[in-house]
Design a protein around this ligand. Structure first.
Ligand SMILES: [Mg+2]
Length: 232
């Protein structure tokens, strides 16, 4: 069975999410400190990280929606410091995501690689980030033209490693698991794909695991995958 389509994770697979996220924490801390100059910068960034991870887990498991996630991240930071300022929370909820959209950084190899792959395969994004935010990032990274559809958690669809997004993409695109590979950087990508019978490709895999180190290596790697795993 020949490879027909490639499912791709977005953050830290096609775009450098970690760097921009780190910068967004610093920028949000600076915005908070214009109103509360006495707050310790390091602690502000640490608490943002902690609360962001907390609300993100709740978002991908479907406990809270996107707007709640954006607001709660800073509500909990402010609770930690004993501050009440709903207008600033509302502003930061917008600021934090807008900062990451405006400063989105695709890897240098992403555009040329997708352009090449799109001539041969159907390409889809399977992301755990919120739909409107990820759609805007994909567009601002100039990668939208190569992507047939983006799948993100929401409503009854839980994020990776749950199977919902993979299964709905397979169904809507009329693809069988053996006709697809999924490329991603996290264990949730690998488990999610494997659980659906889709071959995972690990980008920057941990020690002792196989994979690729950059999306630009994918075209050559697929040649090997195609002959080993899919040409049955
Ligand atoms: Mg990722």
């Amino acid at each position: 069975m020949a490879l027909q389509a490639i499912f791709l994770d977005l953050d830290n697979t096609l775009i450098d999410f970690s760097t921009v996220r780190r910068q967004a924490y610093v920028a949000a801390a600076a915005a908070i400190k214009t109103y509360y100059p006495g707050l310790p910068n390091k602690e502000l960034i640490r608490v943002q990280r902690e609360k962001t991870a907390e609300v993100y887990r709740e978002f991908i498991s479907g406990e809270i929606d996107y707007d709640t996630q954006c607001r709660e991240r800073f509500q909990r930071v402010f609770n930690h410091f004993g501050i009440k300022n709903p207008a600033l929370i509302k502003y930061l909820a917008w600021f934090f995501n807008n900062y990451q959209e405006r400063n989105v950084k695709p890897y240098v190899s992403s555009e040329v690689t997708l352009q090449l792959l799109a001539r041969k395969y159907r390409l889809f994004i399977i992301t755990n980030g919120p739909y409107p935010h990820q759609k805007r990032k994909l567009k601002l990274a100039r990668l939208s033209p190569f992507i047939e559809k983006l799948y993100a958690p929401g409503g009854k669809y839980k994020g990776k490693p749950e199977p919902h997004l993979f299964l709905s993409a397979l169904k809507e695109a009329n693809l069988r698991p053996k006709e697809v590979v999924h490329v991603g950087d996290e264990i949730a990508d690998i488990l999610g794909a494997t659980n659906c019978g889709i071959k995972p490709i690990w980008i920057r895999p941990p020690k002792n695991e196989v994979g690729i180190n950059d999306i630009g290596e994918l075209p050559l790697y697929l040649k090997q995958v195609n002959s080993e795993n899919l040409a049955i």
